[in-house]
Design a protein. Structure first.
Length: 339
């Protein structure tokens, strides 16, 4: 009931912004009738929300209204935003929230093995064993960042599902841009602001040669972190540092899911990136830049010319040959720095 009441309070806030201010209030009697509970039960929920940091005003003969929300990532907070989306939305259709966990990707894979549907979203406020590409660890402190994994069951070939990392990268970049932050993508999936990383994405799948059981896409986003360990301070930043103010993490999560749904629909039209190439290229920081390809088979330098419909980075070598670089175990760095 708490998330439903929070949803109604948010609706009242929006109505008040658009119409007369009195529309913001939701009467206690209306809440009692809707949920079949006593006024005391409603009062207790309001006090619980206040204790969690929500600023709620109660006025006699008018009711309750939500004046401000804290930056919390919790089950009720996330549900109150996602339940308000209307019909047709599926990303986050089932929410699994953990105040603390080892890895949201591991949790999502376990849920997938147990039959969880496509669109299941695993969210936590803190990861103990967060991971990045190629087995690297991902620092996941509590109370400031966003860590989540989305479960998918795409009806395509395993090699096509690998492109979903780029689809999520595009969705994240678009959501960050909506915050007024100039963000770009360092191929294939790092979101970068002013030359520093703010988001990493890790995609894993369970598949047979010609069939996918499931895919999980995990994201770690530096949202409100204000300081970083010395070893990554030169290459990492947060959205709050870039914008100069705190970001509401639950609202950002909703925005990413909405952008992903749109991008995923286009991806499913052909099961490749054909329809997404213009949008992805508009964020691609590597495009027409000098890069160093760190391939275990042999490093080489060249000029990145964008990606193809399969998500491969096209790199023009010194001799004019156009190499197609597949993410896998390959990393790309700028010749003169991280980007």
């Amino acid at each position: 009931m708490k998330s439903e009441i929070l949803t109604l309070l948010r609706e009242g806030m929006r109505r008040g912004n658009a119409q007369d201010g009195s529309q913001e209030y939701i009467s206690g009697q209306e809440l009692c009738s809707r949920f079949g509970v006593s006024r005391t039960a409603v009062w207790k929920v309001m006090n619980q929300l206040k204790a969690e940091g929500y600023e709620i005003e109660a006025v006699q003969n008018k009711g309750y209204r939500l004046k401000a929300s804290p930056d919390v990532v919790g089950e009720d907070e996330i549900k109150s935003r996602f339940e308000n989306r209307g019909e047709g939305h599926w990303a986050g259709c089932r929410l699994m929230y953990f105040p603390e966990t080892g890895s949201t990707n591991i949790d999502a894979k376990k849920a997938a093995e147990e039959g969880a549907p496509e669109g299941t979203l695993v969210v936590t406020d803190c990861q103990n064993t967060g991971r990045g590409r190629r087995g690297r660890s991902w620092a996941s402190p509590k109370g400031c960042n966003l860590y989540f994994t989305l479960l998918l069951r795409p009806d395509c070939k395993p090699e096509q599902a690998c492109m979903l990392t780029l689809v999520m990268a595009l969705a994240a970049a678009e959501a960050v841009e909506e915050l007024g932050i100039n963000a770009g993508i360092k191929w294939p999936n790092d979101i970068v602001a002013h030359g520093k990383k703010v988001c990493g994405i890790l995609t894993e799948m369970s598949a047979e040669p010609d069939y996918i059981h499931y895919v999980v896409i995990g994201c770690g986003i530096n949202v409100n972190q204000m300081d970083f360990p010395e070893e990554i301070r030169a290459t990492a930043t947060s959205l709050a540092l870039e914008k100069g103010e705190r970001i509401t993490r639950s609202a950002l999560l909703l925005s990413i899911m909405e952008h992903f749904e749109k991008a995923y629909d286009k991806f499913r039209e052909t099961w490749d990136l054909t329809a997404l190439l213009p949008a992805y290229h508009s964020y691609l920081l590597n495009k027409d830049a000098r890069v160093r390809v760190l391939d275990p088979k042999g490093e080489f330098c060249g000029t990145a010319r964008g990606i193809n419909e399969a998500g491969e980075l096209l790199v023009e070598k010194e001799d004019g040959e156009l190499a197609r670089v597949y993410a896998g175990e390959v990393s790309v760095r700028g010749v003169y720095g991280y980007v």
